[in-house]
Design a protein around this ligand. Structure first.
Ligand SMILES: [Zn+2]
Length: 169
């Protein structure tokens, strides 16, 4: 009694959807890459300079995120050669509430003695703060992804609208 019977499964992450999500997202670089992708970073060099991450690790994590369908490679013309940038997919944009909840948890529980700002979720269309990161009380409706902005005062004095989704949101 009281013990959870953890059944073995062929997949190392098991049949539990939380386990599967952890299998895709379970390291710090991956979460931070997705945070930056949601804030509009798309190019390899931009991820590299903004995250201070080594080339080989960044390259590995970006490939994994492309394989997992959270990012997609989109060609662009850089001066006179074609390069690829990394755009958010619908599955990537689907992490919005996950990252918002993680930010709230981090603000509340991780190093609470150190001053850290909260991420405020703004309904970009009207400029009001959402009640729970999803609902605008002023407009009396849920806030869709493409009308969301994140206010991170340590990053910018203005709310940052979330990046465009490549494909179906
Ligand atoms: Zn609103």
């Amino acid at each position: 009694m009281g013990e959870i019977d953890m059944k073995n499964d062929d997949s190392p992450f098991g049949p539990c959807p939380l386990g599967r999500a952890a299998g895709v997202l379970g390291d710090r670089w991956t979460m931070l890459i997705m945070r930056n992708a949601m804030l509009g970073t798309t190019r390899f060099d931009e991820f590299k300079s903004r995250l201070g991450i080594a080339d080989n690790i960044l390259s590995n994590r970006l490939s994994r995120l492309v394989d997992a369908g959270l990012l997609t490679k989109v060609p662009y013309l850089d001066v006179n050669r074609t390069r690829e940038r990394y755009a958010l997919t619908g599955a990537g944009a689907g992490l919005r509430p996950v990252l918002q909840s993680l930010a709230e948890w981090g603000h509340t529980y991780v190093n609470p003695d150190e001053p850290s700002g909260a991420v405020t979720v703004i309904h970009h269309t009207c400029g009001e703060t959402t009640t729970d990161g999803r609902y605008c009380a002023a407009c009396q409706r849920p806030v869709p992804y493409d009308e969301t902005a994140w206010m991170m005062p340590w990053l910018s004095e203005t709310p940052q609208p979330l990046a465009e989704v490549h494909g179906t949101p």
